[in-house]
Design a protein around this ligand. Sequence first.
Ligand code: SF4
Length: 803
Amino acid sequence: MVTLSRNPNESAPTEVTAPSTATLATAGSVALVPGAEPPLEQRPAEQVHRHESAAGLYSIYETVRRGVLEMGAGNSFRTLLKVNQTDGFDCPSCAWPDPDRERKTAEFCENGAKAVASEATKERILPEFFAAHSLSELLTHSDRWYEQQGRLTHPMWRPPDSDHYRPIEWDAAFELIARELNALDSANQAAFYTSGRASNEAAFLYGLFARQFGTNNLPDCSNLCHESSGAGLTEAIGIGKATVKLEDFSHADAIFVIGQNPGTCHPRMLSELQKAARNGCQIVSINPLAETGLIRFKNPQEPLSLLGPGTPIASLFLPVRINGDVALLKGIMKEMLEEDVRTGGRVLAHDFIGEQTEGFEALRADLQSADWREIVDNSGCSRELIQQAARIAIRAERMICCWAMGITQHKNGVANVQTIANFALLRAQIGRRGAGLCPVRGHSNVQGDRTVGIWEKMSDEFLAALGKEFHFSPPKPHGLDAVGTIQAMAAGQIKVFIALGGNFLGATPDTQLTARALQRCRLTVQISTKLNRGHLITGREALILPCLGRTEEDLQATGAQFVSVENTTGVVHQSHGVLPPASKHLRSEPAIVAGMAQATLAARTSTDWSGLVADYDRIREHIEHVVPGFAQYNRRVRDPGGFYLPNGPREGKFTTSSGKARFTVHPVPRHDLRLGELMLTTLRSHDQFNTTIYGENDRYRGIANGRRVLFINAQDIAERGLESGQLVDLISRDGNESRKADRFKLVPYDIPRGCVAAYYPETNVLVPLHSVAERSNQPAFKSIVIRIEPSPAALAVQSLGSA
Ligand code: SF4
């Protein structure tokens, strides 16, 4: 055991087992990270009334309150009316698509408004802030506190062994980056991380810079969220993206929402589900928790319905056990198969299966031999519920399946995705109006970044086209993904880490190990709009480079620029900021990338980086030449609403090597929990976007003023001799090692026996780095085996009281 952190409020240190691959750097800061200790100002969570319908008047109140508080009344009005408009800017939050044609005056949700207010806040972090606060002191605050401090305004440098950031000029920052990069023994000792906020233009330049420097080490947040969708779907249907358009939701007879909580993570999706439900579409929710957004929805755009009970959304809820999806879907498909036999072949799409797919016989044999007891035990759903779901699927002429992290972040995440594809293929539910597959992306341009080259293993065709366009030889060997980057940093093999946006420390697993890995770097660089914990756990030296946000005007040498992004349904469209920049020292992401590239590559690049930044049309011209599907990019991106990228399966043409869709066979996963152990899934509160914490309330789950809560079945509490509201420590098992997150309040909740849920990033510390999905290497945040123990700190904290 190694003591990694100490809360100044406590006399007893937290003990966390230290993985042997990393050593604790002593770079002048303590390694206090989420999950290790509750921050100083954190109050005990309270259990309060749970809202029974999503959105409604309260969401309007929250939108106005946050907007006025953060931006002031004038800016709120001016800014929010430009969100997701064809002449405005793309919401920086999730990747839910906008209507192709006419848009409403207010085309955003409460959480989109929070994201905009957070970025357009009047609060500022000036250089004096860092003079007044050491890193050691800043580390004692919560993620929410960082979020409240405002916009970063000036490039900052943390010198070696210093506990403070100090101001630095842009040119000096670029020189420092160039010096450290050029001092490396190999280009592969650097890693270039991208978060899903970066625009197509910034991401394309960033990938170009990394490859001209000589590496494919381009980890991204897609490695952490939908890598399993990409891997699974590409193999099954030939493309790793959604095959539906937004309008398909209005034409569906059934929509299966699997491992996804749209009410919090993609709120405008509820409007489409409401429309669908009113059209008679059957909506099936498959999730361990019955999430409020899928129960009832009060559309804020419909004043008359705000006072009523709201529209019921899901007509059937299947409370699947955590990672019971393969078992459940097998059960549904087995029912469909049996009904097909009973009706003489009237259920399955036999012609389609025969002509356009392969592998069906193996799937049929697997389903026929599947054992009902195993299906029911592993899914946690009764045979009757499974039959009801199968009947909905059988009756649906047109069916859409949507999913998110509840499906992908498991060791068998790829198998989960491919099992959903099997389910859709049985009745040819792909490539038709009102039917298809829809992995719903969580960050606004995570899909576009991948399209334009942010991936550690882009195809040979892409690399050849990039090399031809820019007259160089891109490196061929695959680079490191997010997990590989942490492993390499921990082993001292990555020495310079640059992050284009995001909060790498907060978004990744095994927080203590990741913190130590970052601390082993010679230089860490964060290109950011706001402060986060990742700025405080740094390499020997560190830089914060403040950039323009989506809401802000981007003025370059030839005038005002816009950027472009791709949403979940593959629509590429433009985004124009409308506000003056938060500080005159900010630079755009393309300008920062170009500055780093020019300083680092100097005579080794023939690319006109300054010219590209002066006029983003020139960047888009290059993208058009390198990436298929972008013909006439500059013209079509100026069309209101943008344009669709090509998508074979959406047009009924499978783009696999054989030209056929593939059925695949996957076993029901086994977990072999020991006596007393529980399966933990991580989740997001309604006051949170990814790792950004806007507040400590989660009204859809009845939680106020705190985040360290464990949602648990009341019988599991009683069976352990514990009490509602009691504080417990969460301990995950990993061979002989254990990881601990302490002081979580037990909240009795309607969740299957043996399953528990808690918020991330606080619980990321429990996920071993090597706990990843097979074939996608995506961290398994959603299936963590834990045990719980009464917290020794319980007596020191006021009890929650009985629920
Ligand atoms: S649904 Fe997503 S993209 Fe749309 S406004 Fe809400 S957070 Fe933003």
